[in-house]
Write a protein that binds this ligand. Structure first.
Ligand code: ZN
Ligand code: ZN
Length: 363
């Protein structure tokens, strides 16, 4: 962890719990990490002291020194920075509220606070061997869960009922939690990309979109598959084939050194060529890891888009990144289609981690 602080700042204060977990292995909900050249302090309160001492003893926690917080985090942080003797500290601007920063400034008035963004997120985007294995396991397990689609989806059953069956199957497969609220969207609801399951009963002629994921050993997987109730109408088949083609087109360009926006463009051009350009209303994919939505974004990048620095390292794919490929098309009156897989960027292209069959499941 040394180079984070040593690179630009005398100290770097990490406050996002998943970033602390990534750097140290500490999985508590409350804590701060102060990283300096050659050392890292973990500030946390009495609820976690025993777990931290155990983790340090058995090696499951990284190279950190426990800095116990007795009362207030702002005062403990100020004391820690004072002991280290730094007058400048960077903080995670994307994760610190204005109120928290104000407290830190008042507790340590001599410290100059420097906002930093995406520092740890950029490192998290490229997975190490252990993380890749965890993501493979998560995606493989999710693919086995998807075998249940033909049993879950049935005319007369509500979307909510199907979603509950999926959530039970995720738990039975060993996932600690769904990675996000399970989406089951049928008929007209499938034309809304992020519909929540309703009491609508699935009916003959529906397209049914099922988007679900799980957390295994802390790492997320994310999959979308489609079912049709009865033989799909010709227009539904055409829509499905167009999205499959966009999915193939995107996968074909995934490789290290490729711009993330180029993957999005490949999917978008495939849908535009079939007249569904305006029906593709979201981005092509997102990174996967400790969070279900993390860097990189596989999206159209507008020059004036906030948060997108020109030349940002996360604009390019690199070996070891894991992301979703999930083009979709949503047509009022016909329904929506999305097909989503998880892929690992390898040195010579990509490895698709989710192996569930991609054909329309006809029930
Ligand atoms: Zn998804
Ligand atoms: Zn997704």
């Amino acid at each position: 962890v040394d180079d984070i602080a040593a690179r630009e700042w005398p100290a770097f204060v990490v406050s996002h719990p998943l970033n602390i977990r990534y750097l140290s292995g500490f999985a508590g909900s409350t804590g701060l990490m102060v990283v300096t050249a050659g050392a890292a302090c973990l500030l946390t309160d009495g609820r976690y002291h025993e777990a931290v001492r155990d983790g340090l003893a058995d090696g499951s926690l990284g190279p950190v020194t426990l800095d116990p917080v007795d009362r207030r985090y702002d005062q403990a942080l100020a004391a820690c920075l004072g002991r280290i003797g730094v007058d400048r500290a960077a903080f995670e601007a994307g994760h610190v509220t204005v109120a928290t920063l104000d407290r830190w400034q008042r507790a340590a008035p001599a410290v100059e606070w420097i906002p930093a963004e995406n520092t740890i997120e950029a490192r998290r985007a490229v997975k190490d061997a252990w993380e890749i294995e965890a993501l493979r396991r998560s995606a493989r397990t999710l693919s086995s869960v998807a075998a249940g689609i033909a049993d879950w989806v049935a005319a007369g059953r509500t979307e909510r009922d199907v979603a509950q069956r999926i959530d039970r199957a995720l738990a039975d497969a060993g996932f600690s939690a769904p990675a996000f609220p399970t989406i089951v969207a049928s008929g007209p609801n499938s034309a809304r990309p992020h519909a929540r399951p309703t009491e609508r009963a699935i009916a003959a002629g529906d397209l049914v979109l099922l988007d679900f994921g799980g957390v295994l050993d802390g790492y997320c997987s994310d999959l979308t598959r489609m079912a049709a109730v009865g033989q799909p109408a010709a227009a539904q088949r055409t829509l499905y084939e167009a999205v499959r083609e966009a999915h193939r087109a995107a996968l074909a360009v995934v490789a290290p050194g490729v711009k993330a926006a180029s993957v999005d463009r490949a999917a978008r051009q495939a849908l535009e060529a079939r007249g569904y350009g305006a029906a593709f209303v979201h981005s092509t994919g997102h990174g996967l890891g400790l969070e279900v939505h993390e860097a990189p974004r596989l999206a159209r990048v507008a020059d004036d888009e906030p948060g997108q620095e020109p030349g940002d390292a996360l604009d390019w794919l690199a070996a070891g990144m894991v992301c979703t490929i999930e083009p979709g098309a949503y047509v009022e009156g016909l329904g929506g289609v999305r097909v989503e897989d998880d892929v690992l960027v390898t040195v010579d292209g990509c490895e698709v981690l989710t192996t569930a069959p991609r054909d329309l499941v006809i029930v």
